[in-house]
Design a protein around this ligand. Structure first.
Ligand SMILES: Cc1ncc(COP(=O)(O)O)c(C=O)c1O
Length: 371
């Protein structure tokens, strides 16, 4: 045992070890493949906004801590959400802001309510602080808001909705969400993680619109997906200035870098890239849903840039059988979906490669267990 092990907090010992994603290069080497595609992290298959790349190339000085430039981006993001810069906090990805939020308010023994089949980070961060993640199963593939209300206890501090939900891509209906907002006690913080909202159609709820009626609420968004900036790490929280001030108390100094802010400012103006990304996503989803049906499979209806499909074999086996055919997807296991995989919508060519690999894998599963 390392002496450090004894220093680690008890709650932290309950947290499963970090498992890095499968690197493309490693798969290529291990399976002797020429071409490997990664459709596992819902990244933008068209790359990065060209305007953002241009902004990154034009940076000439990095010797000064970034400060003023953050205000410019907060203003710009605030305009889009109909709030002032005091209602925006920038993060090293939206994940970082969630961590700050938890460290501000979560204490051992607290309850956090989230869906069962959702982004595992909520559960992870709750556990890290010794809190209890109450996981409410989806109903017909969608957040069961009534059951989430029923799950409230005097120890509930946070309810998290992921909308569109990762990994199912499903959305909460406007009507159910309205009722939920009315019934959720004001002392409970509502967090709406909208990492994929830019892919959803106009019917999607825009949680930022409710900030005026529910002060105890925080909306999380990111530039990692639509804008193709996952590598620069830039997310933001939109919320009441009172909550934002607390968040800035918790964050490390200059948590957001000058290159990421410059890239974000440029990407937000790159409407051509955003439209191209959305169009590729819609075309890709239509193609993939057609193929999923042709193969006799079933998938959740996704409003995001990924599709979660049900398979006749265990998710971990499916994952491996696809990886050895050069396609990296996400197994549903960490989302409590042991017989599903989540695939990111790729370029037309990547989508075809995925379908080809899936079809071959399906044939091998059928051959292994004939009906
Ligand atoms: C639901 C959800 N929220 C947040 C994130 C992460 O966003 P960021 O890259 O801004 O940390 C992801 C990324 O996969 C996600 O799926």
């Amino acid at each position: 045992m390392h002496p450090f092990d004894q220093l680690v907090r008890a709650a932290m010992r309950e947290v499963p070890p970090y498992v890095p994603g499968t690197p493309v290069e490693e798969v290529r080497r291990r399976f002797g493949l020429e071409r490997v595609i990664k459709l596992a992290s819902n990244e933008n298959p068209l790359g990065t906004s060209p305007r953002a790349l241009e902004a990154l190339r034009s940076i000439e000085r990095l010797n000064v801590y970034p400060d003023d430039v953050n205000l410019e981006l907060r203003r710009r993001l605030g305009e889009r959400c109909g709030v002032g810069p005091e209602s925006i906090v920038l993060g090293h990805g939206s994940n970082e802001l969630l961590r700050y939020l938890f460290t501000l308010i979560v204490e051992p023994g607290d309850d956090l309510i989230c869906a069962k089949e959702t982004f595992s980070l909520y559960r992870h961060d709750a556990r890290m602080l010794g809190a209890n993640a109450v996981e409410v199963p989806l109903r017909d593939g969608v957040h069961d808001l009534n059951a989430m209300l029923t799950a409230l206890t005097p120890r509930t501090k946070i309810v998290i909705l992921c909308d569109p939900n990762n990994p199912t891509g499903t959305r909460v209906s406007r009507e159910a969400y309205r009722r939920f907002l009315n019934e959720l006690p004001p002392e409970v913080l509502l967090v709406v993680d909208q990492a994929y909202v830019e892919f959803a159609d106009e019917d999607a709820i825009d949680a930022t619109l409710d900030l005026g009626v529910r002060p105890n609420m925080l909306v999380l968004r990111t530039l990692s997906k639509l804008y193709g900036l996952a590598a620069v790490r830039l997310g933001y929280a939109v919320g009441d200035p009172a909550i934002c001030t607390w968040l800035t108390r918790a964050h490390v100094p200059f948590n957001v870098t000058l290159p990421s802010v410059r890239a974000a400012l440029a990407a937000l103006e790159d409407h051509e890239f955003m439209e191209r990304t959305r169009a590729n996503n819609e075309r890709g989803k239509a193609y993939l849903y057609g193929q999923i049906e042709r193969l006799g499979l079933w998938a959740y209806r996704s409003a995001a840039n990924f599709i979660c499909l049900h398979l006749p074999v265990a998710a971990d086996r499916a994952y491996l059988d696809l990886v050895r055919r050069g396609v990296i997807v996400r197994a549903g296991t960490s989302f409590h979906l042991p017989q599903h995989i989540r695939v990111t919508v790729g370029t037309p060519e990547e989508n075809e490669l995925f379908v080809e690999a899936l079809e071959q894998a399906l044939e091998s599963w059928t051959a292994a267990s004939p009906a």
